[in-house]
Design a protein around this ligand. Structure first.
Ligand code: AN0
Ligand code: CP
Length: 322
C-alpha cells in the first residue's frame, strides 16, 4: 500500500478486520518489521489521539518516529503555486515536501479542510502533493475530506460490539450541534466505511447538511432524527459544517445550532439500547449529555483505544508492501 485515503485502499475489509483482531491479540507480533524505518508525522492541525495512537502503532512495529508540528517551530508554509511570496510565509510546500521525504520512509499527514474553497478541499490538494513530491508512501491522519484511521477504528469497534449482539447491526450517523465550523472528514469517512461494511446504515441531519454523494451513495438519509434512531444498535454522533452540496455558497458554514439534536437520554431511549460513539474530542452539552457519554453503553474510550490497532494494521501493510 503506497497511499491510504479511502476504504478501497485497504482491499478486503473482512481480511483487514481479521488482521486487526490478530494485532489486538498481540500488538507486538511484528515488532521487527519497522527496524531502521522512520515514520514522519506531519501535523498542520492539533491532535491528541492521532498523534499518540499513530506513534504508538509505529513503536509496536519497531519504527523510529519524527513528529513535525508545522505551525509550532517550522517555517510558515505557502501551499498555493504561482504566488509571489512577499508575505509572512518563508517556504513553499513544494520544497518542504521533498525535503521531508529525504529523512523518512513513510509519511502521515494531518491537514484539515480550510472550509473556504470547496474545490481545493475536495480535490485533496495538500495530500496529493505529498503523494506526488515526497517519493514515500503516505497516509491520511485526517485530511481535507477524510479520516480513514478513525473510520477503520470505528469499524473495528462496531464489529467487536455487534458480535455480542448477534445480529446485523443498525448504525446511525447523526449530526449534532457545535459552536464552530468543523470539517466533513469524519462523517465522510464513516459513511464510506459503513457502506462497505456489513451493517444497516442510516444518516440523519437537518436539511442543508447533506454530505457529498461520493461518500454517501446508497445510504438511507432520514431527516427525522427520532425515526432514524428507532431500533438503532449504534449511535455515531458528529458535528459537521455545511458540505455545500445543495447550496455551494454555504460551504463550510454553520447553518444550525439546534440543540434539539443534542444526543441525550431521551434520544437514546428511542434506540435498541444503542451504544454511543464519537471520535472525540467532543463538547459535552452540545453534541452529547454527560449521562449518555458516561453510560456503560458508551464506547468512546474503546473506540479511541482501537485507533492504535487501526494505525498498526495500516503501517504494517505499508511496510510490508515496500
Ligand atoms: C476535528 C473535526 O471535526 O474534524 C477533528 C476530529 C477528529 N474536530 C475539531 O476540530 C474539534
Ligand atoms: N479522533 C481524533 O482524530 O482525535 P485527535 O484530533 O485528537 O487526533
Amino acid at each position: 500500500m503506497r497511499s491510504f485515503l479511502n476504504v478501497e485502499d485497504l482491499g478486503d475489509l473482512k481480511e483487514a478486520l481479521r488482521e486487526a483482531a490478530e494485532i489486538k491479540a498481540d500488538r507486538y507480533k511484528y515488532d521487527t518489521l519497522g527496524k531502521n524505518k522512520t515514520l514522519l508525522m506531519v501535523f498542520f492541525n492539533n491532535s491528541l489521539r492521532t498523534r499518540l495512537s499513530t506513534q504508538k502503532a509505529a513503536m509496536n512495529l519497531g519504527m523510529n518516529v519524527i513528529v513535525l508540528d508545522v505551525n509550532a517551530g517550522a517555517w510558515k508554509l505557502e501551499t498555493e503555486r504561482g504566488v509571489i511570496m512577499d508575505g509572512d510565509k518563508s517556504e513553499h510546500l513544494l520544497e518542504a515536501i521533498p525535503v521531508m521525504g529525504c529523512y523518512c520512509d513513510v509519511i502521515g499527514i494531518r491537514s484539515f479542510a480550510g472550509l473556504t474553497d470547496r474545490d481545493y478541499d475536495y480535490a485533496e490538494t495538500v495530500y496529493h502533493q505529498f503523494e506526488k513530491y515526497s517519493g514515500k508512501p503516505v497516509f491520511a491522519m485526517e485530511t481535507a475530506t477524510v479520516h480513514p484511521l478513525q473510520a477503520f477504528a470505528d469499524l473495528i469497534t462496531i464489529n467487536e460490539y455487534a458480535a455480542k449482539r448477534g445480529k446485523r447491526p443498525k448504525v446511525v450517523l447523526t449530526w449534532a450541534p457545535h459552536p464552530k465550523a468543523l470539517p466533513q472528514a469524519v462523517p465522510n469517512s464513516f459513511a464510506q466505511w459503513m457502506l462497505a461494511a456489513d451493517v444497516d446504515f442510516v444518516i440523519t441531519h437537518p436539511e442543508g447538511y447533506e454530505l457529498d454523494p461520493a461518500f454517501t451513495k446508497g445510504a438511507t438519509i432520514e431527516y427525522d432524527q427520532r425515526k432514524a434512531f428507532e431500533g438503532a444498535d449504534f449511535i455515531y454522533a458528529k458535528n459537521w459544517s455545511c458540505p455545500g452540496v445543495t447550496n455551494r455558497e454555504d460551504y463550510g458554514k454553520v447553518l444550525s445550532k439546534d440543540m434539539s439534536w443534542t444526543v441525550d437520554a431521551e434520544h437514546m431511549s428511542w434506540t435498541n439500547d444503542a451504544h454511543f460513539m464519537h471520535c472525540l474530542p467532543v463538547r459535552r452539552g452540545m453534541i452529547v449529555t454527560d449521562d449518555v457519554i458516561e453510560a456503560p453503553t458508551s464506547l468512546v474510550i474503546p473506540e479511541a483505544a482501537n485507533r492504535e490497532i487501526s494505525a498498526t494494521v495500516v503501517l504494517k501493510r505499508i511496510l510490508q508492501s515496500k
